[in-house]
Design a protein around this ligand. Structure first.
Ligand code: 11C
Length: 342
């Protein structure tokens, strides 16, 4: 059987990607409903050649829905439990339920076994966590991970359509000799905003009491949950860069036992959703311009720590809107459909 599917947040950057991927991947559905907040209701969108009118999302919108793909945002908090109550399996891209012990947090290549433990809601991890996890798991399988030091280089798409528009506008203003307008980054809720064009901003989301940002602590908590090991130490620095839609991460990992570069590279080459691009002699390494609009993440610059034989260094890059959000969620849905577990 095919599921009745709803997409909530259909008019945003992640929602648009859901629609593209549903067509590209031939995702099966019986009926499809596109939902959004009242502001976007009435918009017409085309899916698989058929035009749909976006409806305002209410709790009743989910009556009869088997799988609900939530693009994210604060609307999840109230509507996800309502949808689940009505029998839908919600795959939620917001941060609202990720650390709830009742809610599985899933990267399908890494912990697919958690998917069917859900009680109505399955959480999609934060984009930088998802992308890093694809490089961590093949290493973790060779020798358990003890400690991770990571710096991210995150695209403006992480701040949604508005983030992309802000970078576009600033580049234009700069080229026209005008002052750049900054209204959104690093985060809309704080008083100061800085241009991202020709700049780097070492703040993503708000600061917490420990002087790490919320984005950084997501990488800590979510990585431990996905790998089922709260003893893994994660020390992150998250940075916004003027790139449109792929996140890049420089990752140094310490494992329990030494792992050779050859073994790790071979494990990555065999890992689903991951491509090795690692040939320094030929100047081959992953770059965010070239992973954009692609499903697979790319890993390269694989090399040992200079001083610690249990340390492995790598660089991993992936499309933030695809693997970092919509693709990962849709893969969870595909798993549920394949198992006919709806
Ligand atoms: C960013 N990672 O790049 C954020 C966006 O918890 O899903 C996604 C936030 C989240 O700005």
């Amino acid at each position: 059987k095919k599921p009745n599917v709803a997409i909530l947040g259909a008019t945003g950057a992640v929602g648009a990607e859901f629609i593209t991927l549903i067509g590209e991947r031939n995702f099966p559905y019986e009926n499809l409903k596109l939902l959004a907040s009242a502001r976007s209701a009435g918009t017409e969108l085309v899916v698989n050649g058929q035009t749909y009118v976006v409806e305002e999302a209410t709790p009743e919108s989910f009556d009869g829905i088997d799988i609900a793909l939530f693009a994210g945002g604060s609307i999840s908090k109230t509507l996800a439990p309502e949808a689940a109550k009505r029998g839908a399996i919600v795959i939620d891209n917001s941060s609202a339920f990720r650390m709830d012990p009742e809610v599985p947090l899933v990267v399908p290549e890494v912990n697919p076994e958690d998917i069917l433990t859900h009680k109505g809601i399955i959480a999609n991890p934060n984009c930088s966590t998802i992308i890093m996890s694809l490089g961590l798991k093949p290493l973790h399988d060779l020798s358990p991970i003890k400690r991770i030091i990571v710096s991210t280089y995150q695209a403006v798409s992480g701040a949604g359509k508005e983030g992309i528009e802000e970078l576009e506008n600033q580049v234009r203003e700069y080229n026209e000799g005008k002052e750049m307008t900054a209204n959104l980054l690093p985060t809309g809720s704080m008083p100061k905003h800085y241009p991202i064009a020709f700049n780097l901003i070492p703040q993503i989301d708000v600061f917490l009491d420990n002087d790490y940002t919320k984005e950084e602590m997501k990488m800590v908590n979510e990585t431990q949950k996905i790998l089922h090991d709260d003893s893994i130490q994660v020390v992150p620095t998250t940075i916004r860069v003027p790139v449109y839609r792929s996140h890049s991460e420089s990752v140094l990992v310490e494992t329990e036992e030494p792992v050779s570069v050859e073994d790790f590279r071979a494990a990555c080459a065999n890992y689903p959703g991951l491509q090795v691009k690692d040939n320094p002699a030929n100047q081959e390494y992953p770059m965010p311009l070239y992973t954009s609009n692609k499903n697979d993440c790319e890993i390269g610059r694989i090399r040992k720590d200079l001083y610690n034989d249990k340390g492995m260094n790598f660089w991993i890059v992936g499309d933030q809107i695809r693997k970092g959000a919509a693709l990962n969620a849709l893969q969870i849905a595909e798993y549920i459909v394949e198992k006919q577990a709806f």
